[in-house]
Design a protein around this ligand. Structure first.
Ligand SMILES: Cc1ncc(COP(=O)(O)O)c(C=O)c1O
Length: 491
């Protein structure tokens, strides 16, 4: 950590150059956002000059307010262009046979999903206790939406081999109170595409909306299909699909803060709006959760899409697909590892076999070699796994992964598995979240090297092993406590 005075409100203002130098110094603590060695959180096309363009476009519109499109038509024009591009990519108009898809730009995938659930809920005001049908592989943002909106979830398990829900199970989960059925194209954790056509059909037969969460990979699937990959129907070409979300800050490679929520037609979108005139100020009309909205992310996304163009995305997807192939081959070539799913999109997900090393130790060994992967905890019969979100910037480095992976597996074998005190593991397995006291959390955090200073320990395997031993409810509680230890104001 940086220890000199870094108050955000110093007694005297700090010169611009120094402030920027400070930010650059702080950024030095972060994982590398470029270079194709970070397999989560960031989406890097590795295109020279793109970031500068997006930053300039952002600056141009940062102070424009999306609150009132009549005051700032520039923003409306760019938003409509982004929605049009997403709609066209995903089977919407123009054209007489394509649905007249409409949509909004939101701040991210989670906001798009919350709004998809809100829209479906508010379209059925006669239902007192609305419910949504959600495959267990769907993104956690649906749980957040349900929590915020007081909607119940009917979770559908996924097959442990295909990692997809059975259509019959989805159909059986639909009840008279169901307002929305959800599927993923693809899922985040494993990159698997749900059987959208069949799920949308059972939803439509029941008169229920069907949302396709294409936040993660919706921008690449059409290009993968054009490149010859066997991508099943997942977009508005499927009759029962009523809404789709796609994040521009993922595979459209725009800076953070932009997702698009599309509806098949304006009537389906109508309940998304919130309007309020019953106060003395301006009448508030909001299509999304935020009211004041910066134009920065929208302008940056607009610049990114226009600069890369359709041909640019096709080429970036080609590079990404090649990188996925190389990484998956690397996994196949190392004893002790296996792919959790054959890559169907841009995710490589692997786990260890019985003769393999401790997965969490392996993740640390990869990090020690400069490869930052995302460990996923075991869940509902699914094994712990390593998730790689593969972007175009990985392509030039992909060939280096295999040798490092083999070396990391050997090193993890030499290190041996994490051995936490058995009583600690037993506690993690048995403790109910309610029994967790502040002292217990502080003790655990200190023991694991977490907390004070904001830094994480170099080796995360003990932390992951402890979390893996805990049930989801305890994982949630522990991580909330750990994160709240980190979120302390620096006065
Ligand atoms: C499939 C899917 N849906 C939704 C989200 C949530 O997106 P965000 O983090 O932009 O809120 C993600 C994020 O990874 C995702 O992969």
């Amino acid at each position: 950590m940086i220890d000199e005075d870094r108050s955000a409100l110093p007694a005297q203002g700090v010169p611009a150059e120094r402030v920027l130098a400070e930010i650059r110094e702080l950024r030095g603590m972060d994982r590398p956002t470029h270079g194709g060695r970070l397999f989560a959180y960031v989406y890097d096309p590795g295109v020279a000059g793109l970031e500068e363009l997006a930053a300039a476009a952002y600056a141009e519109s940062a102070h424009v307010n999306g609150l009132d499109p009549t005051a700032f038509p520039s923003l409306l024009a760019m938003e409509n262009a982004l929605v049009g591009a997403a709609a066209r990519l995903l089977g919407g108009g123009p054209g007489t046979n394509a649905p007249a898809v409409v949509g909004s730009v939101t701040s991210g995938g989670t906001e798009s999903l919350i709004l998809a659930v809100k829209t479906a809920r508010d379209a059925r005001p006669e239902i007192d206790e609305p419910r949504i049908v959600v495959p267990a592989s769907a993104h956690a943002a649906f749980a957040k939406a349900a929590h915020y909106l007081r909607v119940e979830i009917d979770s559908v398990p996924v097959d442990l081999d295909t990692l997809r829900p059975a259509v019959a199970d989805v159909a059986a989960a639909i009840r008279p109170e169901t307002v929305l059925v959800v599927c993923s194209a693809p899922s985040y954790a494993h990159g698997v595409i749900d059987p959208v056509e069949q799920i949308a059909e059972v939803a439509a037969a029941a008169g229920v909306r069907c949302h396709v969460d294409a936040c993660f990979g919706g921008w690449t699937l059409p290009y993968l299909r054009r490149l010859g990959a066997p991508v099943p129907a997942f977009d508005f070409a499927v009759p029962g699909v009523t809404s789709i979300s796609v994040d521009l800050h993922k595979y459209a490679y725009a800076p953070k803060g932009v997702s698009v929520l599309l509806h098949r037609d304006p009537a389906l979108r109508a309940p998304q709006y919130f309007a309020y005139a019953d106060w003395p100020g301006y009448t508030m009309v909001n299509p999304v959760i935020s009211s004041t909205r910066s134009g920065g992310p929208i302008a940056a996304a607009y610049a990114t899409l226009r600069h890369l163009g359709d041909d640019g995305y096709l080429e970036l997807t080609r590079q990404t697909r090649e990188a996925v192939r190389v990484l998956a081959d690397a996994v196949r070539g190392v004893d002790g590892l296996r792919l959790v799913a054959e890559p169907a999109s841009t995710v490589v997900c692997f786990t260890t076999t019985d003769s393999g090393p401790d997965l969490f130790v392996l993740v640390d060994e990869l990090a020690a070699r400069g490869w930052h992967t995302q460990p996923q905890l075991g869940y509902a019969g699914l094994p712990r796994s390593v998730h790689l979100t593969v972007t175009a910037a990985v392509a030039p480095r992909a060939a280096e992964f295999g040798p490092d992976l083999a070396e990391a597996v050997t090193a993890a074998g030499v290190t041996g598995p994490v051995t936490l005190p058995p009583e600690l593991l037993a506690l993690a397995g048995a403790l109910s979240p309610e029994a967790l006291t502040a002292d217990l959390v502080a003790g655990l955090a200190a023991g694991l090297g977490l907390g004070a200073g904001g830094g994480l320990p170099e080796r995360m395997a003990p932390v992951n092993t402890l979390l893996d031993a805990a049930a989801p409810a305890l994982r949630e509680r522990l991580l909330v406590e750990f994160v709240s230890l980190l979120q302390r104001p620096s006065y």
